[in-house]
Design a protein around this ligand. Structure first.
Ligand code: ADP
Length: 154
């Protein structure tokens, strides 16, 4: 049976931190679906279309990776896709507390799913989508924090 992992997130925008987690997880799974969780009543800072386009560009040569968007519960989306693994990244103790609550709740809702965590590499620990949005909002250049294929100015 093929090992499919979902990497869910807002990816508003997708960063070098996210890219690193996906690349390091590639040898562990047969395929990874990077899935933008969104709410049609609440727009992100960057449009859903832009976020999808950027992530597809980063991984256009990687055939084990798909990019998608979903609304609703991650566990329902995993079932729809036949995925048994939820991939997440951990930077700090604060991430751990947040991720622990989500993963344990997901386990209660869908015991057949496993959450898999990768610790960030030290140099990518401060890379954070919220801070990148602040830089962009104030006219700064945040290009060093995002994959080279992403041009935040577009
Ligand atoms: P969410 O909105 O669900 O928190 P994010 O888009 O912020 O989603 O992040 C998706 C996943 O990537 C989360 O597990 C988050 O902890 C992880 N992540 C975010 N930034 C980094 C980073 N710099 N290094 C490693 N993991 C990261």
């Amino acid at each position: 049976m093929s090992k499919i992992a979902i990497f869910p997130g807002s990816f508003d925008p997708f960063t070098k931190g996210h890219e690193s987690i996906v690349k390091r997880a590639l040898p562990l799974f047969d395929s990874i679906i990077i899935a933008i969780g969104h709410n049609s009543n609440k727009a992100g800072f960057f449009s859903l279309e832009k976020r999808m386009h950027w992530i597809k560009k980063v991984f256009e040569k990687e055939n084990k990776i798909q990019v998608d968007a979903f609304e609703g519960l991650t566990v329902d989306y995993c079932k729809e896709k036949g995925a048994k693994y939820i991939l997440r990244g951990l930077r700090t103790a604060a991430d751990f507390e947040y991720e622990r609550a989500i993963a344990q709740t997901n386990k209660a809702l869908a015991p057949e799913l496993e959450s898999v965590f990768l610790l960030t590499t030290p140099e990518l620990t401060p890379v954070n989508s919220t801070i990148i949005r602040d830089i962009v909002r104030h006219g700064g250049d945040a290009s060093i924090f995002v994959p080279k294929e992403i041009d935040l100015k577009l």
